[in-house]
Design a protein around this ligand. Structure first.
Ligand code: AMP
Length: 283
């Protein structure tokens, strides 16, 4: 495995190594866990034995609308590089913010529809930061394929839309959410939870499974399903609900009662004290 912090060096290495092979990019912000390593393993199945798997580790400052969140974001580069090597990553790109962004940068990539909902509504500018950094990573690595997790379902939908609308010649693959045995989705932010909060946070999975049951088996109204999820979460002390919504899984627009959309998506964002976790389930 080779690791580069310079985009020029990574580009020139990839230029000589690619030779018509598949190049599969997995963008991450580091503090890697089993969710990320499942993406590396999936990337290998796409790349094949001969292909190249490239991971990027970059805590992208422009997608944080809250300076505290950026400052407290977990970082563990040495352990991350070991995990990448163990999971067969060929190249790791670890740029510094100054490498990625010119001080007088003035161009961004903005999606105008899906981004206005869910996390986009509560984190203004977040998805412009995401689309901009992903476009830059696409241009630096020039992959044939890229893998994103369904854990960030809205992000995946927005990247698919961006690639479609801007004719980006890269195949986008969505990977299933990886969870601990107790149902809590792996997330870098889990590192900021106390053991007690980690237990509390399993309410998200339980509430989403309950919602799935009410939707698929009991035919309850969307309003009731959302209400039940809100109640289950609110019963856990220390939680503050950011959103609980049922949306169209491609457009992210909220569903109306009686809309027959498959798959619909239930998405939640909840603070456990100051740690914000997201989760979702296809209904
Ligand atoms: P992040 O480092 O949080 O920006 O995540 C990098 C990529 O890993 C994104 O495509 C995420 O959706 C994906 N990811 C994060 N956690 C999980 C998980 N528990 N299961 C599957 N994919 C995940």
């Amino acid at each position: 495995m080779q690791s580069y912090s310079s985009k020029e060096e990574l580009r020139s290495q990839l230029q000589s190594a690619r030779q018509g092979k598949k190049v599969v990019l997995v963008p991450t912000m580091g503090a890697l866990h089993q969710g990320h390593t499942s993406l590396f393993d999936y990337a290998r199945t796409i790349a094949g034995e001969d292909g190249l798997v490239v991971a990027s580790i970059f805590v992208n400052p422009i997608q944080f609308n809250n300076q505290d969140d950026l400052n407290t974001y977990p970082r563990s580069l040495t352990a991350d590089l070991n995990l990448c090597a163990e999971h067969g990553v060929d190249y790791v790109f670890t740029p510094a913010p100054e490498t990625m962004y010119c001080p007088d940068r003035s161009v961004t990539v903005e999606e105008h529809s899906l981004s206005s909902k869910l996390c986009g509504a509560s984190r203004p500018g977040h998805f412009t930061g995401v689309c901009t950094v992903v476009t830059k990573l696409f241009n630096i690595v020039q992959p044939t394929d890229a893998v994103f997790g369904k854990k960030d379902y809205q992000q995946l939908a927005i990247i698919r839309r961006m690639v479609r609308d801007l004719d980006v010649p890269i195949a986008i693959h969505g990977a299933e959410i990886v969870r601990a045995d107790d149902g809590l989705a792996f997330s870098s932010r889990n590192a900021r939870l106390s053991p007690e909060q980690k237990k509390d946070a399993t309410v998200l999975r339980r509430a989403l499974l309950q919602a799935h049951h009410e939707y698929a088996c009991e035919g309850k109204s969307l309003h009731t399903i959302i209400d039940d999820v809100r109640k289950a979460i609110a019963a856990v002390p220390g939680t503050t609900i950011d959103y609980v919504e049922i949306v169209h899984a491609e457009t992210m627009q909220p569903l109306e009662e009686g809309d027959n959309v498959s798959p619909a998506l239930m998405a939640v964002a909840v603070f456990f004290d100051d740690v914000r976790l997201i989760d979702n389930i296809e209904l």
